[in-house]
Ligand binder design. Structure first.
Ligand code: CP
Length: 305
C-alpha cells in the first residue's frame, strides 16, 4: 500500500485494510530503528487552536525520525493577525516544509488546506469534526491492551456532540465489528449524521445516560471532556459540566480487563484516584501518539511502505 503524498483528513477516508496496514507500520516503528528515516525533511506544525499532546507528539515524532520541525502554536504571533487568510498562510508554508500537521477551529479547514497545496496535510483536529491520528493511536492502544480490535465492546462517555475524537473513533470501531455504547446527556448525544452512517453499515450501537448501565459490559470505557469552548451558550455548559465523573469505586463492577481511555486533556471527568487503578490507561494511550505519528509521517513522506 502506498501512502506517499496522501493526506490524512478524516478517518472515513481510510478503509479497514488501510487502517490495519497503518497499524502494522506503527508496530514496525515501535520495533525498529527509525532515527534517520526523515533526515533533511521538515514537518510544519500549524496549530491555530491550543494543543499539548497532538502538537508535541507530532514534533517529537518527527525529531525521532531524524527530521526537524517548524511551526506555531496560536495565531497571535503570525501574520494571520494582520488579516492573512488561511489559504495564503498554507500556500506560503507549503514552500517551507515537506509535510504539515494542522489544527484549526473551523470544520472542513483541513480539507480546504489539503485541496490547496501539493505536500501532505495531516488533520490534527478541525473543530468538532475529525481527529484521525487520535483515532489511529486509540486503535493502536486498544490492539496493544486487548490483543485485537475486532468484536470488542466500547462505551464512549461525555460530550459526544462536540467531541471530534469520538466522531472519528465511532466509525472506525464500527469497521471492526465493535458494539458501541454512547453514554451522554440527551443534548450531547452522538450527532445524527454519525448514527446514520452506523445504521447504514449495520453497526450495533446503544444510547445510554449512565456509566453504571454499561460498566460491566464494556472492554473499553472511553471518557471525554465536556468541550466548554464549543458551547454557544455558557448556561448550557454549566448545566452539563459535571454530568460524568468517574471515581475508582465505580470500577468495582468493571468487566475484567476493562481499560479506561481518554484522549485528554481531562478536566474533572476522571478522578485522580482512578490513575492508580489497574484499568487506567490514558497516559499510556497518550504516549502511543509517538509511534503512531512517526508511522503516519513516514508513510506520507514515502520513507516507509
Ligand atoms: N488528545 C488531544 O488532541 O490532546 P491535545 O488537545 O492536547 O492535542
Amino acid at each position: 500500500m502506498d501512502f506517499k503524498n496522501k493526506d490524512i483528513i478524516s478517518i472515513n477516508d481510510l478503509n479497514k485494510e488501510e487502517i490495519r496496514y497503518i497499524l502494522e507500520v506503527v508496530s514496525r516503528v515501535e520495533n525498529s530503528d527509525c532515527s534517520q528515516l526523515c533526515k533533511g525533511m521538515i514537518l510544519g506544525t500549524l496549530f491555530f487552536e491550543p494543543s499539548t499532546r497532538t502538537r508535541l507528539s507530532f514534533e517529537s515524532a518527527m525529531k525521532r525520525l531524524g527530521g526537524s520541525v517548524i511551526g506555531f502554536s496560536g495565531e497571535g504571533s503570525t501574520s494571520r493577525k494582520k488579516g492573512e487568510s488561511l489559504y495564503d498562510t498554507i500556500k506560503t508554508v507549503e514552500g517551507y516544509c515537506d509535510v504539515i500537521a494542522m489544527r484549526h477551529p473551523v470544520e472542513g479547514s483541513a480539507r480546504l488546506a489539503a485541496n490547496s497545496i501539493k505536500i501532505p496535510i495531516i488533520n490534527g483536529g478541525d473543530g468538532s469534526n475529525q481527529h484521525p491520528t487520535q483515532t489511529l493511536l486509540d486503535l493502536h492502544t486498544i490492539r496493544k491492551s486487548h490483543g485485537k480490535i475486532e468484536g470488542l465492546t466500547i462505551a464512549m462517555v461525555g460530550d459526544l456532540k462536540y467531541g471530534r475524537t469520538v466522531h472519528s473513533l465511532a466509525t472506525a470501531m464500527g469497521l471492526f465489528n465493535a458494539t458501541l455504547y454512547f453514554v451522554a446527556p440527551q443534548q450531547l448525544q452522538m450527532p445524527k449524521d454519525i448514527l446514520d452512517v452506523l445504521d447504514k453499515k449495520g453497526i450495533k450501537y446503544f444510547l445510554a445516560e449512565n456509566i453504571t448501565e454499561v460498566i460491566d459490559k464494556v472492554d473499553v470505557l472511553y471518557m471525554t471532556r465536556i468541550q466548554k469552548e464549543r458551547f454557544p451558550d455558557p448556561i448550557e455548559y454549566e448545566s452539563v459540566k459535571n454530568a460524568y465523573v468517574l471515581k475508582k469505586e465505580m470500577l468495582k463492577n468493571a468487566k475484567q480487563g476493562l481499560k479506561v481511555m481518554h484522549p485528554l486533556p481531562r478536566v474533572n471527568e476522571i478522578c485522580e484516584d482512578v490513575d492508580c487503578a489497574e484499568h487506567a490507561h490514558y497516559f499510556q494511550q497518550a504516549h502511543y501518539g509517538i509511534p503512531t505519528r512517526m508511522a503516519v509521517i513516514a508513510l506520507l513522506l514515502g520513507v516507509l511502505k
